[in-house]
Design a protein around this ligand. Structure first.
Ligand SMILES: O=P(O)(O)OC[C@H]1O[C@H](OP(=O)(O)OP(=O)(O)O)[C@H](O)[C@@H]1O
Ligand SMILES: O=c1cc[nH]c(=O)[nH]1
Ligand SMILES: [Mg+2]
Length: 232
């Protein structure tokens, strides 16, 4: 894990060849949706493991069958609360809870409108009670303009004052990170890699395309669901 010098509290995993190998498979247009979802689960598991290195643990005394010794037990790891932003954060969250297995989970639906406004429609928020000792992890694989996470994190911050608020994602554009850090300077950001730029439709370049569609397929345009306004 390396800190990106352009911002404070922004980390990537570009120093991990194993994670870069999984990311390469995710980016490839040859990778079909079953493999794509499995790769997101894998990245979630390993990023969750790496993230535990930033958490506080407690020293404990224990008895082995032979003698007394010291070790460590969960501290912060017992107080994790993951917010999953529909749709494509579902497999990433599945990976994260393999390492952060005591996590409580909240679900938020957010749907991004079209360029140039990229307005966010948030139609569903179901989150557990937030406590002072919590590390809140908002997970969403893609940070493009940053609008989705800006809206989500701002809403979450109204619900309490947790110990840490962290974003875990896969790919970010510098534009999205700058927008988030400007509005929410205390929020820590962990992504597998920071990409070059956004295109004029708000897609990350080189990126991996539309992550939700690649994981779950292109959605139908169902007129009975007017809130899902970004369907074509
Ligand atoms: O940083 P932003 O510019 O806000 O874009 C990022 C958002 O776009 C994707 O979701 P999308 O709205 O496509 O929803 P989906 O997962 O249901 O396809 C992605 O999962 C983020 O939530
Ligand atoms: O590149 C992008 C940008 C937003 N959402 C995606 O799924 N991909
Ligand atoms: Mg999408």
């Amino acid at each position: 894990m390396i800190e990106d010098k352009r911002w404070e509290g922004v980390y990537s995993f570009e120093d991990s060849p194993y994670l870069m190998e999984i990311l390469t498979e995710l980016r490839s247009k040859e990778t079909e949706n079953v493999r794509f979802r499995k790769d997101l689960v894998k990245l979630g598991r390993y990023m969750g493991y790496e993230f535990t290195k930033t958490m506080d643990f407690k020293k404990v005394k224990i008895e082995t069958p032979l003698e007394s010794t010291e070790g460590i037990a969960s501290g912060d790891r017992d107080h994790v609360y993951i917010i999953t932003v529909l749709r494509v954060a579902i497999p990433l969250m599945e990976g994260l809870i393999k390492t952060l297995e005591h996590s409580r989970v909240g679900i938020v639906s957010a749907s991004r409108g079209k360029a140039p406004d990229f307005d966010i429609e948030m139609s569903y928020i179901k989150v557990p009670h937030m406590r002072e000792e919590d590390t809140v992890i908002v997970c969403d694989p893609m940070i493009a303009t940053g609008s989705t996470l800006l809206k989500t994190v701002s809403e979450i911050k109204k619900c309490g004052n947790p110990k840490r608020v962290v974003i875990i994602g896969i790919l970010a554009a510098p534009e999205g990170i700058s927008a988030l850090k400007e509005a929410l300077p205390d929020v820590e950001i962990y992504v597998t890699k920071i990409d070059r730029e956004l295109n004029d439709k708000g897609y990350i370049l080189p990126g991996l395309g539309d992550a939700g569609d690649r994981a779950f397929g292109e959605p139908l345009n169902i007129s009975m669901l007017p809130l899902m306004h970004n369907l074509e």
